[in-house]
Design a protein around this ligand. Structure first.
Ligand code: ATP
Length: 214
């Protein structure tokens, strides 16, 4: 991998977050070290998506710090952004954008050769949707493009929010194989309510309430 490390870590240091005076996290401390797949487990509203969004750098911590390797999650830290890629549970893509345009845009931002996504287009059977706008795509098809945009990068941290939601059986099988393969060289953190899917990719469970109480 081009990140050049034979290991990778994500570290939460005294991370606190509240929404409208409701505490979601209070001085959370945890480190994920090394490659593999981890799934955050917790009831609806426990804060799984919030934590993934914070590690992705899209939501601020109220207090505390988040690091990937030695890089701190800060608005202008481009080195941090290179280390992480994130798939939210719903598509945030402009309606007018077409599938291929979106992937080419991500390639251009991440300085990747556009050839890098072809293999995933085949595995996810997206050939016929490259020219389709996100407005016209089904939920599952849009989700597949988002997954491709993350899987094609070399970022060693992959954050996936409910990644299996909306995928058909054939795609799920292809996706499971890709995740297992990528988990040899990436640290994959996901939120996933589906135990069958978690087991199928050998995800290690991390209970959010256990994290909160240290
Ligand atoms: N932008 C926001 N403004 C106010 N409250 C928010 C906001 N985003 C999330 N919350 C609240 O923060 C809490 C954690 O939400 P989050 O979506 O992270 O939970 P989750 O564990 O991912 O839930 P689910 O399993 O339902 O996906 C919830 O109480 C939610 O209502």
């Amino acid at each position: 991998m081009s990140h050049g490390n034979n290991t990778v870590s994500t570290r939460l240091e005294n991370v606190s977050k509240e929404f409208s005076e409701k505490t979601i996290f209070d001085t959370l401390n945890f480190t994920w070290q090394g490659f593999g797949i981890y799934s955050l487990i917790g009831e609806n509203g426990a804060g799984k998506s919030t934590l993934l969004g914070m590690i992705a750098g899209l939501l601020d911590c109220d207090l505390g710090k988040i690091f990937i390797n030695q890089q701190q999650c800060l608005l202008n830290n481009q080195e941090y952004k290179k280390l992480v890629t994130y798939v939210p549970d719903h598509s945030p893509i402009y309606d007018f954008m077409r599938g291929q345009e979106f992937l080419d845009l991500i390639c251009s931002i991440r300085k990747l050769n556009p050839d890098c996504y072809q293999i995933y287009i085949e595995k996810f059977k997206l050939d016929n949707f490259l020219n389709t706008t996100f407005a016209e795509m089904s939920f599952g098809t849009a989700k597949k493009f988002l997954l491709v945009s993350a899987l094609m990068t070399e970022a060693p941290i992959l954050l996936l929010d409910e990644p299996n939601n909306g995928l058909d059986q054939a795609t799920l099988q292809a996706f499971q194989q890709i995740l297992i393969q990528q988990s040899k060289t990436k640290l994959i953190l996901m939120s996933c309510h589906d135990q069958h899917f978690r087991d199928s990719v050998n995800a290690k469970s991390i209970r959010l309430d256990a994290l909160k109480t240290g």
